[in-house]
Write a protein that binds this ligand. Sequence first.
Ligand code: C5P
Length: 236
Amino acid sequence: MNIKNPIIALDFSTKAEVFKFLEPFDERLFVKVGMELYFQEGPTIVNELKNRGYDVFLDLKLHDIPNTVKSAMRGLASLGADLVNVHAAGGIQMMESALEGLEAGTPAGQQRPLIIGVTQLTSTSEQQMKEEQQINLSLQNSVLHYAALCKQSGLDGVVCSVLEAADIKNQCGDDFLRVTPGIRLHEGLGHDQIRIATPRIAKVEGSSLIVVGRAITQSANPVEAYKQVKQQWEAK
Ligand code: C5P
């Protein structure tokens, strides 16, 4: 897996749209398959992307009882994705079971996919978290708490916003991945995302990997938009 490239969120509903979108790119890409695409096209979309040489983050955000998540992860491990995830809110036992399932399902001789925990979604505001989830912490502290649970469970990192990346790096160490969605090329258009930042700020704040969807996929020129994201992300 090329661990450094910006991850492009393939938020399309059909395979045809995905491959049409990918066609003009002439480099190796790290892409994300989320619920929209997976639920329409099924597991074969992961195999097809892997066979064509893409690195794949399978973003299904599992959250269920430990036994169910373990069995689901055992199945997902065989698809060849490089990175998978669960919701940290499922708890330590669920996350440990997810890891066990992944290990059990990884074919002999292959590396098990990395697994990260979603802390608070980047579309969640502190007010919404307090009112709807009834969590009486700052959003920053809730994310840090979830990150600690992920680490304790043996996960490889978290999904968080850029705003929490530096604190998580301090708390959990640089090897513990901080994968950050909510990336926009310019501060401004957030769509439904609340905790957003540019690729440049993500780099400065210590993101390990950035996930970029609409800033690239809905751009008039996706290849150019990707180039700009990459330039900002790789700038010293
Ligand atoms: O279009 P945009 O760049 O906002 O897309 C972000 C992508 O990252 C979406 O596919 C979304 O599902 C995903 N994601 C997120 N926040 C998380 C985890 C995943 O936005 N905490």
